[in-house]
Design a protein around this ligand. Structure first.
Ligand SMILES: *Cc1c(COP(=O)(O)O)cnc(C)c1O
Length: 506
């Protein structure tokens, strides 16, 4: 009998293993399966949909009796190959980081500690504070700045814009809401290329997404700063209250970097908050080639970015960096008696992260960020960013030299938008053809680019935020696009046979 158990009652239950040796053996087996999978990331299809048999495993009624550890091990091992595909060197869709084996060790440690980083004084908190300090250093923010690790840029944007919003009301809006403000309607500005998370933040914060003015872009897909200035002036004249400019360092469609220095000048002159969405692009400051185009970041009031994109931290981990710790804390701090801090003991360690964002309970994301930065160092992480940009430039040369493909946007960083050409076909048919090429690349497991619209036409979008990608992967991508394009065009007379899919789309 367990020596801690009371003799007068039957043994009490726990979720701990009954047999620690069996658990240890099981953990070792699963670890081996995980490392095997990682070693073989390049092998096999990029994306494999979950087979029907395994789908069925996740469509069963809730169990009242547990299936036990052996069955769980079988399920976990069976699931390993069926990720999004972003661990594969030819995953080029959206903006996904590729993760690192080193992060597995961080996640094992974090799972073992099972720390809650809402606050208090314990080991994990020191790791997060170190990460916050390193972020200040990376982006040259002052000592008086603050930061918080969050799930991603979407949440980071909400934290930043709430601060920008509440500051306008000297924080009285935290109590009264926005129902009866004397300021009229708040409006903000961003480019037409901005990620949808900015409008979502406006929505969530009760400002309404219409209050976000989408300013036109120039031929480089960067915000037109003259149009921005005009919009601000017109809004003021019409009685609106401009309060924020959201610049983008790496727009999601084509990777454009707004003229951040000019945005900082305008924000300063107009007394507006400058927020920068640097989800993937901001970490370009780690490489010499991109750093000169990102100098405006250090003038921002707030910066949102992700570790899980170009830093390859395993999902999920993003960050909000705020120039003013004071404004940041005044936006979120609310410490009821049961969360009171102390000078000594476990309740010390002030200020607590709960004072900087909406979450109280928070996992130990900081550890995987810390291990990534500490194990590899900023030089290597920066060099990998430069490597991806060089690969995108190389891909552009392949497209430029190809008779059946065109680039449809400049390559600002790591994203190539290209279009398969089909001479003699109507543009709508070419749109559909490009969409189908991407679907075929994905379902045949060859590569996983995504699609987007550039100047109103479908494009094949190749985003490279992947430390496993090589130039040979670019060569193969072009060969396969061409092969699939030719097959669709010539062999099957595909478009004529699929009038319905055309009608669906347009
Ligand atoms: C990915 C991305 C976002 C959203 O970030 P999440 O981490 O997915 O919440 C916002 N902006 C840009 C430019 C992005 O690439």
């Amino acid at each position: 009998m367990n020596p801690s158990q009371h003799s007068s009652v039957p043994p009490e239950q726990t979720l701990d293993p009954g047999d620690w040796n069996a658990f240890r053996a099981q953990a070792h087996r699963l670890l081996d399966a995980a490392v095997d999978r990682m070693e073989g990331y390049r092998e096999g299809p990029v994306w494999t949909p979950l087979p029907l048999g395994l789908q069925a495993d996740y469509q069963v009624p809730l169990r009242s009796k547990g299936m036990g550890p052996e069955a769980i091990e079988r399920h976990l091992t069976a699931l390993l190959p069926y990720g999004v595909g972003n661990t594969h060197p030819r995953f080029f869709g959206w903006v996904h980081g590729s993760g690192t084996p080193g992060n597995l060790l961080a996640d094992i440690t974090a799972a073992t500690m099972n720390a809650n980083l809402g606050g208090r004084d314990h080991g994990a908190m020191y790791v997060e504070k170190q990460v916050v300090n390193w972020c200040r250093e990376i982006f040259q923010f002052p000592e008086t700045s603050s930061g918080l690790i969050v799930s991603g840029t979407s949440i980071a944007t909400i934290v930043a814009l709430k601060t920008a919003r509440d500051r306008c009301f000297d924080f009285s809006s935290r109590k009264t809401g926005l129902q009866k403000t004397a300021l009229g309607q708040l409006v903000g500005y961003t480019s037409a290329q901005t990620h949808s998370c900015v409008a979502r933040a406006f929505d969530i914060l009760g400002l309404g997404s219409d209050a976000l003015r989408k300013i036109a872009v120039n031929e480089h897909f960067e915000i037109d700063t003259y149009a921005l200035q005009t919009a601000i002036t017109e809004d003021r004249a019409a009685g609106f209250t401009p309060f924020v400019i959201v610049g983008t360092a790496g727009a999601v469609n084509v990777g454009a970097i707004d003229d951040l220095e000019t945005l900082a000048d305008i924000a300063q002159a107009e007394k507006l908050w400058l927020h920068i969405d640097g989800a993937f692009g901001a970490l370009g400051v780690l490489c010499e080639q991109l750093r000169p185009r990102l100098t405006g970041i250090k003038r921002a009031d707030s910066l949102a970015f992700d570790f899980h994109k170009w830093l390859h931290v395993n999902y999920d981990a993003g960050f909000i960096l705020m120039r003013s710790e004071e404004l940041h804390r005044r936006t979120f701090s609310e410490r009821p008696e049961y969360l009171k801090g102390a000078e000594r003991g476990l309740a010390a360690g002030n200020p607590w992260p709960v004072e900087y964002g909406p979450e109280l309970s928070r996992g130990f994301r900081a550890l995987k960020v810390w291990t990534q930065l500490a194990e590899h160092g900023t030089d290597k992480l920066g060099a990998l960013i430069a490597q991806n940009c060089a690969q995108a430039a190389y891909l552009k040369t392949l497209v430029d030299d190809h008779p059946h493909m065109d680039m449809v946007a400049p390559v600002a960083m790591n994203i190539c938008c290209l279009r398969y050409r089909a001479p003699g076909q109507d543009e709508l048919e070419v749109d559909r053809l490009n969409d189908e090429i991407v679907v075929q690349l994905q379902v045949q497991g060859l590569a996983a680019p995504s699609t987007t619209l550039v100047n109103g036409r479908n494009a094949i979008r190749v985003n490279i935020t992947n430390h496993r990608t090589t130039r040979a992967d670019m060569d193969m991508l072009i060969l396969e696009i061409d092969r699939i394009g030719q097959e669709l065009m010539i062999a099957t007379n595909w478009i004529k046979n699929n009038p319905k899919s055309l009608a669906d789309k347009h």
